[in-house]
Design a binder for this molecule. Structure first.
Ligand SMILES: *Cc1c(COP(=O)(O)O)cnc(C)c1O
Length: 363
């Protein structure tokens, strides 16, 4: 059976090979007589799954030894609180607001520390990136927070800011939920990266946190113990029961990524898919995208039809053509195509073919 192409922003499509492998392992993982869901997280079977997932992720993203990789729960939204609980010391933090997600992050952080907005693109409706040289960074800030891929507004930082070159010694915190493992990360510029697995590497329920070890051990006294990065790190993410099945699926996805040629290869694939769709949209008379060309996301492509009355027929026709979940975010309207690692090139080709036919019919 040929499955439809699924453009959901998250939880999002997974590689078909990963789903098939998980299906084959469902009742009996590797002769253990157990489903992965039924294993003790401290037993040798699950510990081997966990250790391989950790080492494959470290290898894929070239995470240096001075960083811990944590497998947590709570998603990006919980991290909006967990980051200031661990890093702010109740003092100051700088936030760069570039869209829906970084806006939510700064709002949540205000419960735990003093937030300075170092830069914002709200005046242009979240369609560009404020140049790092213009950011108002405070010397007192305990960290600088950015969302390196704004899932709703479709804005991506193609290069992470070099805070040292901007005169700041604060660690950079990135919310990379929606482009994790889609391109390499320059860890020399990052203190902490976090993201939910359900956009690019697995199912919902697992949050990956990559944190430089010198940042551990400064949690506020009222930080929940299960969310104290040092405790999570010291216990190999097993202070409490980790999301075992989600870790297993992420591990299969990491193996799939390695078979694709790793992160450099998947990045080229992602560039090709995004170019195909943006070029089509930019040359069309019916569709448009408002984001400045230098910061368009390769993962999440919001686009609009020039006449709102065509939205419903567009979505109905897409579904009939095996193109699912293209409806835009509730506050933004229009459409959004999320084309994460697992979206094949043929999926984007099929979308463009449908969009072209729809445009011709409605010219
Ligand atoms: C999806 C998303 C979140 C929220 O993730 P949850 O798992 O729902 O908590 C946060 N930040 C970004 C950039 C996202 O794409």
């Amino acid at each position: 059976m040929k499955r439809p192409f699924n453009f959901s922003a998250g939880p999002a499509c997974l590689p078909e090979d990963v789903l098939a492998e998980a299906a084959a392992d469902m009742l009996d993982w590797h002769g253990s007589g157990m489903s992965v869901m039924e294993m003790s997280h401290r037993g040798k079977e699950f510990v081997s799954i966990y250790e391989e997932a950790e080492s494959d992720f470290r290898e894929l993203l070239a995470v240096p030894a001075e960083f811990s990789i944590l497998f947590m729960q709570g998603g990006g939204i919980a991290e909006n609180a967990i980051v200031p609980l661990n890093l702010s010391r109740g003092e100051q933090a700088d936030y760069v607001v570039t869209g829906n997600w970084s806006e939510r992050s700064q709002k949540e952080a205000r419960k735990y520390c003093t937030v300075n907005i170092a830069a914002s693109n709200v005046s242009d409706g979240h369609t560009s990136l404020p140049a790092p040289a213009s950011w108002q960074l405070r010397p007192e800030a305990r960290y600088v927070h950015v969302c390196s891929n704004e899932t709703v507004h479709g804005i991506e930082m193609h290069e992470l800011p070099d805070l040292k070159a901007l005169g700041s010694s604060a660690p950079l915190v990135i919310d990379f939920s929606s482009h994790m493992a889609s391109r390499p990360v320059d860890w020399s510029r990052v203190g902490l990266a976090y993201g939910g697995a359900q956009k690019n590497v697995g199912p919902a329920g697992l949050t990956l946190v990559v944190v430089r070890k010198d940042l551990l051990g400064h949690a506020l006294q009222h930080c929940p113990t299960a969310f104290d990065y040092k405790i999570v790190s010291d216990s190999q993410s097993m202070y409490n029961t980790p999301p075992t099945y989600a870790i297993y699926i992420a591990g299969l996805t990491f193996k799939w990524l390695k078979r694709q040629g790793g992160i450099a290869a998947i990045e080229q694939h992602n560039i090709a898919k995004a170019e195909l769709l943006y070029n089509f949209i930019d040359n069309s008379d019916l569709y448009f995208n408002r984001v400045a060309k230098d910061c368009r996301s390769r993962m999440n492509l919001p686009f609009f039809l020039k006449q709102d009355k065509l939205n419903e027929p567009f979505l109905a026709g897409a579904k009939a053509n095996g193109l699912l979940q293209l409806k835009g975010y509730k506050t933004l309207g229009g459409m959004r195509a999320s084309i994460y690692n697992a979206m094949p090139f043929e999926g984007v080709q099929a979308l463009v073919t449908y969009m072209r036919e729809f445009e011709l019919k409605n010219a």
